[in-house]
Design a protein around this ligand. Sequence first.
Ligand code: NAP
Length: 285
Amino acid sequence: MKNIGWIGLGNMGTPMIKNLVKAGFAVTVYNRSADKTKALAAEINIGIAGSPAELVEKSDVIITMLTDDAAVKSVYEGADGIFSAASRKDLIAVDMSTVAPETTQTLAALCREKGISYLDAPVAGSVKPAEDAQLVIMVGGEEAVYEKVKPVFDALGKASIYLGENGKANVAKLSVNLFLGIVVQGLSEAVIFARKNGLAAEALLPIINAAAVGSGLTKMKTENIIHNDFKPAFALKLLAKDIRLAKASGMDTPVGESLSATLQGALEKHGEEDMIAVLKYLSEK
Ligand code: NAP
């Protein structure tokens, strides 16, 4: 696993590539917007591919880190996509985006027909853990393929966890983000209640953080809440996408349904802001 083809230079993809290069992998990159690829090539030592198909010839493993299901499907099935290239029996494809289990199962089956091995490997952790190679990586697919790719995961995260067949890692990721969204809404509601009764967020949040209910997330978002800073680390529109995917996979529990309605309501005005803009949206209601 020396030669890595990478597709996707978003908030997550870019720092992840930097860690692979730092760890000594040879990385060739394709991105839809070519200006981003050129800018990264001016900064670190990467190769540039003009299309996903071009990566098939050059790579032992091709990794996608893209916005959503449609984006991932398009780099496989589109013109100049991975499937348009002459098939390579030893190729491994890994999708690290957050997508539906069904999307993984469809692409994995199409890959199998072409002799390509496929892993779903979504991540827990946002931009900072991506920069610090501290992601938690969930993996679905054949275990022997996971073992081959593990050194790549080791360069990107603090742990990779093998969960079973294709799609299982997507289920784990959507479960984690359902919980994440519920905590974001719960924290927002606690702050709104306190403010309504004359207690500032500055007073409340240190108590939450010191109590059993405090968490990495409540600590991470404390400064953002106090300073009304909604610059996106994990965009609200991406959390809304994940909860839509969870609903499509059968999520119909009471708090999840409420979260889903909140995110759909917040999407138009606050979709580009950080997920903690749920607080802003619920405060405006
Ligand atoms: P992002 O910044 O939106 O990444 C966008 C990337 O996808 C860009 O390279 C973009 O290309 C490409 N893209 C979008 N639509 C495309 C299409 N139709 N065809 C080809 N390329 C397309 O997303 P991100 O924050 O890096 O997240 C990537 C994935 O990881 C998402 O599934 C997200 O849910 C998940 N995730 C994110 C975080 C986080 O904190 N951000 C944490 C965990 C997991 P252009 O440059 O041309 O626009």
